[in-house]
Design a protein around this ligand. Sequence first.
Ligand code: PLP
Ligand code: ZN
Length: 391
Amino acid sequence: MNAPFLYRCSDCGREYERSQVTYLCPSCSAGYRPGIPLPGVLSARFDYDFIRRRFRPSEPDWELFSAVEAEFYPPFPVGRTPFFPIDALGRHFGLASLWVKNDGLNPSGSLKDRASFLVVAEAIRRREDLIVTASTGNAAAALAAVCAAAGKKAVIYVPAAAPPAKRLQMKVFGAEVLPVDGTYDDAFALSLEHTRVRGGLNRNTAYHPLTIEGKKTAGLEIFEQNGWRVPDVILVPVGDGVILAGIAKAFADLREAGLTDRVPRLVAVQAASSDAIHRYVHTGVYRDARNPVTCADSISVRTPSNAHGARRAVLESGGTSVTVSEEEIRSAIFLLGRLTGLFAEPAAAAAAAALPALRDSGGIDPQEQIVLLLTGNGLKDTETPLRCLQP
Ligand SMILES: *Cc1c(COP(=O)(O)O)cnc(C)c1O
Ligand SMILES: [Zn+2]
């Protein structure tokens, strides 16, 4: 059984029953057109006393924290990925306690499976057979996979330039793929138009509030796998800022439910060219990334849909935001590979790429427990490292 919940608007604070809303706060999003960060992103507010009374760490019932009842879950296990120390990489950077959460081991190879899983569960609950998304690649591959397992139809808008392995995944899983001769931001706008005119459930990141709830499970797992302790710092590669918001939501929920009294500092890591959230964190003024071209395709975005929520998550956690260069991303792929045996796709390697500068600037303390969120598997994009790198 899950805990009762309401959706609360992160801008105006209005609360809604889940039967009243599907995507954004109706009041704050009234004039919304694609091209700006989403207004009125909804956040699930659980009955935390209900969770407090029922949750036992000796026999954890994580369904209590779920915004969709387990009876609607698709027959497609996701998550439960390994969490372990990577001492050799820690030693390389002079860090005493460096850990990794390997979400590249999800069924479709990225953390996006968690969001797609929960949105498809919601589609099952609502008896909706068609699910539509825009994606840089991984969200689409994840949605296609979960839809295949659940017998649902996936329609996907994806930039024609997405890595071939990701496009192949979508095809193998039987999705209808509509290549967009343009950017991810163009795909985002087209997919919203699709559901507005032709129906179906839209899975766009942050637009559907369950994408944040789905990604939250990575944070809940880190807490449990870390022996019910909160790590000091978690490094998160950031595109739209939904993984980051999901990790923040996990620890906010755990704190409200009385399971911890502290939260980790969150470090947002962006590619230098795709830095809208980074600049927003540091200046307080939102501006689009001008030309978000990076080998880390999964974090390439001009207008991050969850810019407001991501900025809040970083600041409220006491964390910070940094950018990494293409060269730093490239060398991090090989360093991770050589010292840990883990193969990260470029976006996922960005988190590791941020470590030396963070250590030198005092953003992290060498004695702290630091967690890298490895968001995607390197086999999803074998061309970028081969093309860009001299190992
Ligand atoms: C989507 C993705 C990210 C970024 O997640 P956002 O929620 O868009 O910030 C990072 N790494 C990988 C591998 C991804 O697929
Ligand atoms: Zn609102």
